[in-house]
Design a protein around this ligand. Sequence first.
Ligand SMILES: Cc1cc2nc3c(=O)[nH]c(=O)nc-3n(C[C@H](O)[C@H](O)[C@H](O)COP(=O)(O)O)c2cc1C
Length: 190
Amino acid sequence: MTSPIHVLGFAGSLRKASFNKRLITIAADVLPPAMTLEQFDLAPLPLYNEDLERESGLPDGVQQFHASLAAADALLIATPEYNFSISGVLKNALDWASRAMVDGRPSPLNDKPLAIMGGGGRLGTARAQMHLRDIAPHNNMHVLNTPQVYFIGVRSAFDADGNLIDPTVRERIAQLMEALAHWTRRLRGF
Ligand SMILES: Cc1cc2nc3c(=O)[nH]c(=O)nc-3n(C[C@H](O)[C@H](O)[C@H](O)COP(=O)(O)O)c2cc1C
């Protein structure tokens, strides 16, 4: 019997109509067998400030984020590209996530398998994804190398009502999730 894999997925955008949030929702719809996905909205996370942490500990939203990260076997991030890099929203979330948990356990990012994707303009978040690959090892996350999933001109994959009209998007995300399942089982030995 195949062991179940639980994934936490989040997008580095707060926009209601975010294309990257939509990519996470599509991922939840194309999971391989024995995989589940929880979507986390980064909106409740305040801007990182070490004073907050020193004076009153981790804010509630951060504790929820930590708990969801800790409960996950693997992570999925959909990153937008802002000024040739990841968004401040995503970096801020990773900065909070990199802190020790309230019970003293190390960062819940530690040792997590990570799949990356993103949707953007002409380069489809390729530069942002490279930056994310640069910083992920700081917290000992294990980034899946292939397939590389970036959607060039992601806007045109959806109609005006937000419905997906390009079937290759689902196919490529399904391939990514299948690869993440293999990667997670290989790293975890189950
Ligand atoms: C401040 C800002 C900077 C941006 N910089 C880039 C960029 O460097 N490269 C790029 O391809 N798109 C850039 N964009 C466009 C975003 O990638 C695009 O708006 C994308 O849809 C945002 O992701 P979302 O739909 O998930 O919110 C930028 C947008 C903003 C608001």
